[in-house]
Ligand binder design. Sequence first.
Ligand code: NAP
Length: 301
Amino acid sequence: MKILVTGARGQLGNELKRLFDTMRAEIGSIDNVYVNAEVDYVDYDDLDISDAVAVRTWLDQHGPYQLIINCAAITNVDGCERDEAGAYRVNAMGAENLARAAESSAAKFVHVSTDYVFPGVDPISRTEDDAVRPISAYGRTKWAGEVLVRSSCSRAFIVRTAWLYGYVGKNFVKTMMRLAREAGKISVVADQYGNPTSANDLAYEILKIAATEEYGTYHATNKGTCSWFDFACAIVDGVGISCEKESLTSAEYKQRFPQSADRPAFSSLENKHLANTVGDEMRPWQDALADYLKNLPELEG
Ligand SMILES: NC(=O)c1ccc[n+]([C@@H]2O[C@H](COP(=O)([O-])OP(=O)(O)OC[C@H]3O[C@@H](n4cnc5c(N)ncnc54)[C@H](OP(=O)(O)O)[C@@H]3O)[C@@H](O)[C@H]2O)c1
């Protein structure tokens, strides 16, 4: 099997590579269908997914692929507010370029999306059947990507995840550890709730889904819902850093950072489709975080 992973230098791309290299994730072994898979890992420098011609040319020269996994995205939520058009080029048009290329070469296509497609007004976990209404530029561009992928590719898996952290790259976990150590204080929003999710666990579920022909939209997050503040406390307590912990409301945060994007108050996802198809093996977020904190010194990149 020949596989293309785009955005491979990012958090999720690196965990997919780890799984293909070792055939293991923290929560299980990888399906035998991937034994001897030949995987091309590309990022922006090799293949800018927003360039339709470059995408077609890459596939002509390096394909055909049986599976394309798109991990490339503009993920800076506040940055998307400043340049929504730029984010749209990658998160929407880039996704469409890959979806079209997958369709014309009969490849399966995995596209990763976000909980931020939901407005998160009511405190109810959302399934794949619920109506979306993004409230940020990032959410709008990711939703546009979903729509374009669905209409361009008949073999697409759209996998929504949330609050992702991997061993390689920047993320909230590493930021909290750094701030706690360097500033001795963390100030974190306590009225936005979601599902912290390990990129290693997500990569495992993605490979399980992609081995099937059960195309459609999936939610894939670790189990349990918490606030950013709860998550931050679990991180610093988990590594034993003592620091001052200040909880903020979203309104207080916005006063300090007026340019920041609006975020859903409650964007918890329910992995309904996953449970009904390949099985939901995502563990509680506290267990995934504990493994991450234990392994980080060895695997950090
Ligand atoms: N991170 C989260 O909390 C979170 C939450 C929900 C959903 N997701 C989704 O999960 C997926 C993976 O996220 P992640 O955290 O692994 O992202 P990430 O670490 O930011 O990695 C994304 C990668 O895509 C690359 N990229 C950006 N523009 C590109 C382009 N035009 N062509 C090719 N590559 C490009 C980035 O390169 P540069 O670094 O050079 O820009 C980066 O290496 C994304 O679809 C994201 O929207 C993430």
